[in-house]
Design a protein around this ligand. Structure first.
Ligand code: 5RP
Length: 212
């Protein structure tokens, strides 16, 4: 399967998110994400409004990075129209299970966001809980330069069985590093919504992905 392009909308309002998501931009991306910052600003209503805006064909992610109250929060986002929502790696197994149950009951999916302290042993335990999608993430607050060690970590996670998405300050150059180790999705926020021509930039990112 070819890698997917996901746009992360970490903007301050639903209005702004819709302004960015023109027909042209929607045409270029596979997955739309209501980003953590947008969800903080507007709540689950952002998911509902984005679902209306993009229709039923595109996948919609609610990236809340759930830590606790996981069943309730996951249900809230799924019922608002999200296909996927995220739990943070720091969440305990009970929270992961509750969010996973909410996903399972609705035929939806959960993604684990890797932040801070985690290791491959933990990743194997989450996999056994039934969570099969992980996001390899470098924090927005850092200034990480993507490198071969990142690609190797992605390989190890894929070896466990995970579908791995990659994110955090991605641009064309960092995407090209994954030539030999294709990710499930490349998630780009600022590179797209910060561009003067987001549709053109999405095309350029897809071109970088095309050799993968
Ligand atoms: C921050 C996120 C972002 O949505 C994601 O990492 C994409 O952001 P950017 O491309 O702007 O770094 O989850 O926690």
């Amino acid at each position: 399967m070819r890698p997917q392009l996901q746009i992360a909308l970490d903007v301050g309002s639903i209005c702004e998110a819709k302004r960015i998501l023109t027909k042209e931009v929607l045409h270029e991306v596979d997955i739309v994400e209501a980003g953590t910052l947008l969800l903080a600003a507007e709540g689950a209503r952002a998911v509902k409004e984005l679902r209306k805006h993009i229709g039923e064909k595109k996948t919609l992610v609610a990236d809340f990075k759930i830590a606790d109250g996981a069943g309730v929060l996951a249900s809230m986002f799924f019922d608002a129209g999200a296909d996927l929502t995220t739990v943070i790696a720091a969440a305990g197994p009970d929270s992961m299970k509750k969010a996973q149950e909410a996903a399972g009951e609705r035929g939806k999916e959960l993604q684990i966001e890797l932040y801070g302290r985690w290791d491959l042993q933990l990743a194997k335990e989450w996999y056994k809980l039934g969570l099969h999608h992980i996001i390899f993430h470098h924090a927005r607050d850092g200034a990480h330069r993507w490198n071969a060690a990142d690609v190797e970590q992605v390989r190890r996670l894929q070896e466990i069985g995970y579908q791995v998405s990659v994110t955090g300050g991605l641009d064309r150059e960092s995407i090209r590093l994954f030539k030999e180790q294709p990710a499930f999705a490349f998630i780009a926020g600022r590179a797209l919504y910060g561009s003067k021509e987001p549709a053109k930039e999405a095309q350029a990112l897809k071109e970088a992905m095309s050799g993968i």
